[in-house]
Design a protein around this ligand. Sequence first.
Ligand code: ADP
Ligand code: MG
Length: 225
Amino acid sequence: LEAELHRLDRLNTVGEMAAAIGHEVRNPMTTVRGYLQMMLKKEYATYREQLTTMIEELDRANTIISDFLSLAKNKTAKMKKHNLNAVISALVPLLQAEALHTGHQLTINAGNVPDFVMDAKEIRQLLLNLTRNAFEAMKPGCELTITTSFANGKVVLSVRDRGKGIPQSVLDKLGTPFLTTKDNGTGLGLAVCYRIVERHGAKIDVETSPAGTTFIISFPTENFQ
Ligand code: ADP
Ligand code: MG
């Protein structure tokens, strides 16, 4: 047991160090991105394609760091009473823009749900990660539906897509960091979702078939901490 505790202790330190490094690496990246953007605007037009790729790759690295940081312990969690529908409403313009870009339909079915204690920033991240996967799974023209409801003391969020579904082999390992079937995927989006769900004392269910996938998250509304 002693050895096991030591091992866990060290893992925690390594995790915290990695998180700190992630933060620090971002600052120089921001500087480089700024200069690349400037060059793109000015005299380096001949390198437009290369500069654009460099910026895109920096953004990709930044996403990986963000996701990784969300996986590490959230020390600044802001647990406060909020309404899930309000978090969704605030995201709608962004989601509509994304839907327009990918040629998808977006429908929101907001039920009457009570406030509950959450970290609104994390719930926003959860919604973003789930909806992004949904858009990526669907052919243009298909519909993404976000529904909220209240039953048996739980606020239920469901994100339904009309995509190709999740094969059993992937389903079995869903939420494992770095699990991806995409050429440009990081495999961190769902791992982050599972962490957020866990931190809210919530439960995640997945219903999937070749006609589409629904992620169903049930949040307890009484204080669970
Ligand atoms: P990434 O999107 O970077 O691949 P995620 O953790 O977000 O990583 O998702 C992991 C994998 O789970 C995806 O690569 C995909 O195979 C599968 N997946 C997740 N959501 C869906 C969905 N809505 N429809 C189909 N497959 C999905
Ligand atoms: Mg994803």
